[in-house]
Design a binder for this molecule. Structure first.
Ligand SMILES: NC(=O)C1=CN([C@@H]2O[C@H](COP(=O)(O)OP(=O)(O)OC[C@H]3O[C@@H](n4cnc5c(N)ncnc54)[C@H](O)[C@@H]3O)[C@@H](O)[C@H]2O)C=CC1
Ligand SMILES: O=C(O)C(=O)COP(=O)(O)O
Length: 538
């Protein structure tokens, strides 16, 4: 039966070194935590089976195999920013929330970027190594000032901004490119935006701060290096591959690139050490977020975000599951219960058991709630429709993609209701679904916090039917004798009638709804009395 239970997390696996505050906060909130480290993929696949939550950093590869092996998984928490190590699509399909803590390590990553820029300008790491080898080589490590140089920042989000303002203090001119951050916004923190074509030839230094995604793989490549100033120095503190590693090596060897500061690699740790070993490359083993402060923030943030979600307080940091964002108020929870219940009623009335081809959902109301609930209300109806199909485990996160896979054409409309009578102010939903060419309709509302059914396929109930408990839906020709005959048939099965809702109209085949003490083992006992019978527990 459909249930809008709060997201329940009882057990969490932390598969990497995450600040101890994370475990402490989860445990203080009654969540059992297991910590493991350096797990091989097979171990993770075997271990993840029973956990409700997984907390990772960047080393755990949460692939589709891992996600699909996790029978109870509801959340993947990333104690950090980049989620490129998580197969977010696979998680969404499975109905698993992916959540990160995007601002906890911004300052640390920006500071390391600045450290690499400064080290590149003055050869600090190379000079240190030379000193340790007993040398005193003042000529070899001649540097250049950052003052007056041009820094190109590709990706003007959180980290890009912090790098810009810090390097401006050194007298650098900061220019940049970002397809989303508006130029006037970046201008307010001193970064002039321009196209990449204009940017490349102007830069003495280039630093990248984008996520890793198809459009950012190889942003710096043979072609773009060729457009840069000879001797340009580059920094990658974002993700391995944003600067094409092979193109970088070629540019370093030709002198087109004068030096690189790398914190991240396509493969971590990199097996191919040619970049790391190049004399003009300085590098770190992915240390951008490795500060006490960043780890404390990220560990604490991810735990608090999970706890807030479990307590139905709010949803912060979800990178998929946007549909859940507006679902934490009591009113939206009630609408979700209504949507799921109406969907479940229509599912149970689909006598053909053939798949649904269409779902049309109309929300009507004079208040704002019915207008703004469209996204999650539609998903809730689909959950009710699909969750009862064998092998399906639909929730608000994955149901749109499940509906698409099933070929259901979904349409949503909103109608403003001018009337101000109490029931209509609460809002009414009308849902029509089609299966095997036959249409089924239901309309419902929330009354006194409870979802109610107002109408079922043309039969308007005299009293709203409370959509809770065990319900039987009977389609029969209108007949005053129906109630006693049904009561008799049910009694013979040990089932008592708790409520009986008849329609206003008494012509032709109409729908009745009967509240019962328990569901029937076998619906056949009612078949001689009715045209159609369906049952449901909500
Ligand atoms: N080395 C480390 O330990 C750390 C690395 N990171 C990485 O840093 C990167 C950036 O992080 P944040 O600044 O927090 O992310 P953010 O989301 O605040 O900023 C990323 C920016 O990149 C922009 N962008 C997207 N596609 C682009 C393109 N094709 N060209 C130019 N800009 C593009 C976006 O519009 C956005 O403004 C992420 O890849 C993250 O994983 C983050 C923290 C620590
Ligand atoms: O937050 C990020 O994107 C990072 O790259 C930091 O990774 P980490 O948590 O140190 O494995």
């Amino acid at each position: 039966p459909p249930k809008m239970a709060p997201i329940c997390i009882k057990t969490v696996l932390i598969s990497e070194s995450v600040d101890p505050r994370c475990r402490a906060i989860l445990e203080e909130n009654g969540i059992r935590v297991t910590e493991k480290q350096s797990m091989k993929k097979e171990e993770l696949i075997a271990e993840i089976k029973d956990y409700d939550g997984l907390v990772v950093r960047s080393a755990t590869k949460v692939t589709a195999d891992v996600i699909n092996a996790a029978d109870n998984l509801k959340i993947i928490g990333r104690a950090g920013t980049g989620v490129d190590n998580v197969d977010v699509d696979a998680a969404t399909k499975k109905g698993v929330i992916v959540m990160n803590t995007p601002s906890g390590n911004t300052i640390s990553a920006a500071e390391l970027t600045c450290a690499l820029l400064m080290s590149l300008s003055r050869n600090v790491p190379q000079a240190t190594m030379s000193m340790k080898q007993g040398n005193w080589d003042r000529k070899k490590f001649m540097g250049a000032e950052l003052y007056g140089k041009v820094l190109g920042i590709v990706g003007l989000g959180r980290i890009g901004k912090e790098v810009a303002t810090r390097m401006q203090a050194f007298g650098m001119t900061t220019i940049g490119y970002d397809p989303i951050t508006p130029p006037e916004v970046s201008a307010s923190w001193g970064v002039e935006q321009m196209s990449l074509e204009q940017l490349w030839p102007q830069c003495d230094y280039i630093t990248v701060h984008t996520p890793l995604m198809p459009s950012t793989v190889g942003l710096l490549n043979d072609e773009t290096f060729a457009k840069c100033k000879k001797g340009v120095k580059v920094v990658n503190c974002a993700r391995g591959g944003i600067i094409d590693e092979e193109a970088l090596l070629r540019a370093l060897e030709s002198g087109q690139c004068g030096g690189a500061g790398l914190d991240v690699f396509i493969e971590e740790p990199p097996k191919n050490r040619s970049l790391v070993n190049h004399p003009n490359v300085i590098s770190c083993p992915h240390l951008g977020a490795s500060t006490k402060e960043a780890q404390a923030r990220c560990g604490e943030d991810i735990a608090l975000q999970i706890v807030d979600m479990v307590n139905g307080k709010n949803l912060v940091g979800a990178v998929n599951a946007q549909v859940l964002a507006g679902t934490f108020s009591q009113e939206s929870q009630q609408l979700i219960r209504l949507g799921e219940a109406v969907g479940a009623v229509l599912h149970s009335c689909n006598a053909s058991r053939k798949p649904f081809s269409h779902a049309h959902i109309i929300t009507q109301g004079s208040g704002d709630s019915m207008k703004s609930c469209g996204g999650y209300f539609t998903s809730a109806v689909l959950v009710g429709l699909l969750n009862h199909e064998p092998g399906r485990s639909a929730n608000l996160i994955n149901v749109q993609s499940l509906a698409k896979e099933s070929g259901i054409a979904v349409a949503l409309y909103f109608q403003v209701n001018q009337s101000h009578c109490a029931s209509e102010e609460a809002g009414v939903c009308k849902v029509e679904v089609v299966a095997d060419g036959r249409s089924y309709k239901a309309s419902g509302s929330v009354q006194g916090g409870v979802p109610v059914l107002l109408e079922l396929s043309g039969s308007v109930f005299r009293q709203p039917v409370s959509l809770t408990g065990n319900l039987l839906f009977l389609q029969a020709s209108a007949d005053p004798q129906l109630l006693p005959s049904v009561a008799g048939a049910l009694a013979s099965e040990g089932v008592q009638i708790e409520s009986f809702s008849a329609p206003v109209d008494h012509t032709g085949d109409v729908w009745y709804c009967v509240g019962v003490s328990s569901l029937l083992q076998d619906l056949n006992v009612l078949k001689p009395l009715v045209k159609n019978v369906a049952q449901l527990s909500i």
